[in-house]
Design a protein around this ligand. Structure first.
Ligand SMILES: Cc1cc2nc3c(=O)[nH]c(=O)nc-3n(C[C@H](O)[C@H](O)[C@H](O)COP(=O)(O)OP(=O)(O)OC[C@H]3O[C@@H](n4cnc5c(N)ncnc54)[C@H](O)[C@@H]3O)c2cc1C
Length: 830
């Protein structure tokens, strides 16, 4: 019995050493003390005792005596690693090298330091940035009439174009010394988000020049001359930029563009200069049809060795005025009825001088690296902001509509089926906003988070797709019939654009998030790979030795941590923050350790094949993503002052993420190509089977209610979006109706009671109300309130209809709502 306790104690001590990732000598010491105890007690046969001592001494010597370990273990391992390491192309390598690692590194560590995350200051706007959001951005939103833009003009009206250029919207990322606004990433994100909540065309028009394009490239790599000339012109709207990478043959595989340039001599402005003859065919280029400055990516060749010894120089980026002879640009695509400018462009053998290359001749061949570096930050802002803005409008309007629209004499939002959709919308939006703000804050702290930017891009756009689908379902026909009063249809139509651009989502999920994350964020893999590239054998072995044994201890530690957390439900692990969220922090610590373990097992057993196993990589990417999104959600709740009324939203989002992580793990266990590893992982990660569950109905009910009430929590959920509480504005009308619905319902209830008692007969509504007033059931003032509310309610539920030639007559006048609006005195209630 004593022997058994002794052995169990030894296992416990070794497990503790693994859990805390203790240095190797503590393992050897613990094992030695244990074996000594067994030897003294004579608990084992002499043969077994002798074998165990030999094993311990040999293993300790091999692992603890560094020179011995390097020669006998690390060096052969390095040779094997070099052989199995998959080939990485230069474009892949440059993508991997781009950007920085932030909270994603903590999640990969299996031991995230929550205190570190919570201590990151809440991102806030400066007074100047806030004034811009409250002033010009608000005004621009007011100027945008979506129906006029998307149906009548298929373009922004000239005064809106002028306003965008004159008020500096195109130069938000350009520093003030060049005439730009010099905004933070958060301010940039706030502007894009607010515009998206009002009008997608204005949003894209502002978003694109502030994203990856000429301005961003010039800021980082331009020559002083290029910066001094172009940046002030771009900031003031004198130049309209576009950036052209994609073509018919190269979309997702953008590194394979067939567009090419050949270094040669030619004449430019009357002089013989060194330059490039460029041939290209691009498509889908946003702002292309109105651009004056084309940022062009092509592959450069120097067959005559005019600038060096290499012939194939690589992807190069140049800025070409669109007025330059030979540039063909101006035609438009129609991207799902989006009215922003988008179209193809091309050129055949167009000569450009060498100093049009961004950064000049020293930067030829650097294009892919430049693009990847800029994408790391830009992708974190544009689509997360625009999709969150659009979702805010959808959520706010749907919550109000669900209260105002009744069927079966019940507001539709009170039906449990609709509640489910509303709960998803609220939870998803809370999480999207959290990720948007915290990621923009990270960019402002100097991060260029390449993996996180892929996570937020993918998940914001996917959640927005879910939000708009839910909004459409809840609105029924009201969302479907297009016209000036439809505030959902265009967003619904255009959501696939956000899914496709800046890295199409299927590719982003299945290749990029985990593929890049595993190498960039893992605490040891990058170091191991770097060691394989070290030319000096001794230095390579020393570096590899440090990395690989650190990795081994990390792996063993995560085995123990996973199992321990699985057995205890992570109840004993420390967690920060408020009592309401501490359990979630613990669960996320548990899932992070299990994720680190699963990631290592996948890399160990699948090696280079993991690159092709996109279903496995996709699931691992999902786990990493949900860990990040749940982290942001918890941080947001703390940053927002731990508002109790917002708690259902945060809880819904985190419970949903935890449940999705669990399901991704199960998908991994059940499909892991090496079946015993799948079984083992399942045992280590979920020893008691599934323990997480999706948000329950009661929680969903609380979230849905929150969306249907005019409350500070609803305002916080949709903060920063554009709202006008006017009856003439289709979304604003719902706001006014929501403010009045409770009062109207109370009056209506009195009338209904009188109908039920037989005092008032159920004829037409007007007559019912007149009788109710006559009989003193309600007052004349209440009757007027009810009548006015009913007009408003009807305006909220009505859709537009048109003359029979709709579609052929450019400015077809809607009739039904138009008539209502004429009769309506526009009242500004807030
Ligand atoms: C409205 C709009 C605006 C745009 N603006 C610009 C712009 O301003 N400048 C610019 O250069 N480009 C722009 N683009 C191009 C955009 O970046 C590309 O559309 C995108 O890169 C995808 O390329 P593709 O459409 O050719 O799809 P494809 O590359 O043909 O992809 C088709 C599908 O295959 C999937 N896929 C491809 N490879 C893999 C893989 N290895 N693993 C898993 N799935 C994979 C993709 O995820 C996608 O679902 C724009 C596109 C649109 C639609």
């Amino acid at each position: 019995m004593v022997t058994l306790i002794w052995i169990l104690a030894t296992i416990f001590v070794l497990a503790a050493a693994a859990y805390f990732r203790a240095p190797g000598w503590t393992w050897a010491l613990a094992a030695g003390v244990s074996l000594a105890g067994l030897t003294v007690r004579g608990a084992l046969s002499p043969a077994v005792t002798g074998s165990l001592w030999t094993l311990l001494i040999v293993a300790s010597a091999l692992l603890l005596i560094a020179p011995l370990r390097r020669v006998l273990l690390s060096d052969p391992l390095l040779g094997w690693f070099r052989r199995v390491l998959p080939a990485v192309s230069q474009t892949e390598q440059e993508a991997l090298d781009a950007g920085t690692v932030w909270w994603d590194g903590e999640l990969f560590s299996g031991r995230p330091d929550w205190g570190k995350l919570l201590s990151v200051p809440k991102p806030v706007l400066t007074a100047e940035e806030q004034a811009f959001v409250d002033g010009p951005v608000e005004e621009l939103c007011r100027m945008c009439d979506d129906w006029q833009i998307s149906y009548e003009l298929n373009d922004l009206p000239p005064e809106v174009w002028r306003f965008i250029k004159d008020r500096g919207f195109l130069g938000m990322i350009i520093p003030k010394r060049y005439g730009g606004l010099g905004f933070s990433a958060l301010a940039h994100s706030e502007v894009v988000m607010k515009l998206a909540s009002r009008n997608p065309t204005a949003c894209v028009t502002v978003m694109v020049p502030n994203s990856l394009g000429p301005a961003e490239l010039l800021l980082h790599y331009g020559t002083e001359e290029q910066k001094n000339y172009y940046l002030p012109r771009l900031a003031s709207g004198l130049e309209m930029p576009c950036f052209a990478l994609t073509g018919p043959e190269a979309g997702s595989d953008a590194g394979a563009i067939p567009d090419f340039g050949v270094v040669c001599k030619g004449r430019h402005e009357g002089k013989d200069v060194l330059g490039i003859r460029v041939t290209w065919e691009k498509r889908y280029i946003t702002l292309g049809p109105v651009a004056t400055l084309l940022g062009l990516a092509f592959k450069l060749y120097d067959p005559d060795h005019l600038i060096g010894t290499e012939e194939a120089i690589g992807i190069t980026v140049a800025l070409i005025p669109t007025s330059h002879p030979g540039v063909s640009i101006g035609r438009r695509h129609i991207p799902l009825n989006g009215s922003f400018m988008n179209g193809p462009n091309g050129g055949n053998d167009v000569f450009i001088p060498m100093d049009w290359v961004v950064g000049g001749q020293p930067y030829v061949g650097q294009g892919w690296r430049m693009l990847m570096e800029c994408l790391a930050a830009g992708r974190a802002i544009s689509l997360p902001s625009s999709t969150t803005g659009g979702s805010k409008t959808a959520v706010r309007a749907t919550g109000a509509y669900s209260r105002v629209r009744s069927q079966f004499r019940v507001p539709i939002g009170r039906f449990e089926g609709v509640e489910e959709a509303l709960a998803r919308m609220g939870g998803n939006l809370y999480l999207m906003e959290a990720a948007r703000v915290i990621t923009a804050g990270a960019v402002d702290l100097g991060e260029k988070p390449s993996v996180i930017s892929a996570i937020v891009k993918y998940h914001s756009t996917e959640r927005a797709r879910q939000v708009v689908n839910d909004a459409m379902d809840v609105h029924g026909g009201k969302g479907i019939c297009l016209g000036p009063n439809n505030y959902l249809g265009r967003g619904y139509q255009q959501i696939p654009i956000s899914i496709t651009v800046e890295g199409a989502n299927i590719l982003t999920r299945s290749m990029i998030i985990f593929g890049q994350g595993a190498i960039r964020c893992h605490p040891y893999v990058l170091k191991e790979i770097a060691a394989t590239k070290e030319a000096d054998r001794a230095a390579a072995t020393a570096a590899f030795d440090r990395a690989v044994w650190g990795h081994a201890s990390f792996l063993v530690g995560n085995v123990v941590r996973s199992l321990w957390f699985g057995l205890t439900g992570a109840r004993f692990t420390p967690a920060p923050g408020a009592a309401e969220t501490r359990g979630h922090f613990r669960r996320l610590s548990r899932l992070s350790a299990s994720f680190a373990l699963a990631a290592d097992m996948a890399m160990l057993f699948l090696g280079g094949d993991l690159k092709r196993r996109e279903k496995i990589s996709g699931r691992l990417g999902d786990i990493l993503s949900y860990l990040y999104l749940a982290s942001c959600t918890l941080k947001r709740w703390h940053d927002d002052g731990r508002q109790q009324t917002d708690l259902p939203l945060a809880q819904w989002a985190v419970e949903d993420a935890e449940n999705r992580i669990q399901e991704a793990f199960y998908g991994l266990f059940e499909n892991f190509p090496v079946r015993p590893v799948g079984w083992l992982l399942r045992l280590l990660v979920f020893p008691f089977g599934r323990t997480f569950r999706a948000p329950d109905d009661a929680l969903g009910h609380r979230v849905a209610r929150l969306l249907m009430e005019d409350s500070p929590a609803r305002d916080r959920l949709t903060a920063g979006m554009f709202i006008q509480r006017y009856e003439a504005d289709p979304v604003g009308r719902l706001e006014v109706a929501l403010q009045r619905v409770a009062e109207a319902e109370a009056i209506e209830a009195k009338v209904r009671a009188a109908v039920r008692s037989g005092a008032v007969r159920e004829f037409a509504a007007g007559e019912r109300i007149t009788t109710a007033v006559r009989l003193g059931v309600i007052t004349a003032v209440e009757a007027e309130t009810l009548k006015r509310y009913d007009e408003l309610r009807r305006a909220c539920i009505m859709v537009d209809d048109f003359p029979p030639d709709v579609g052929r007559h450019a400015a077809a006048e809607p009739v039904s709502i138009g008539a209502f609006e004429e009769a309506l005195v526009v009242r500004k209630t807030a």
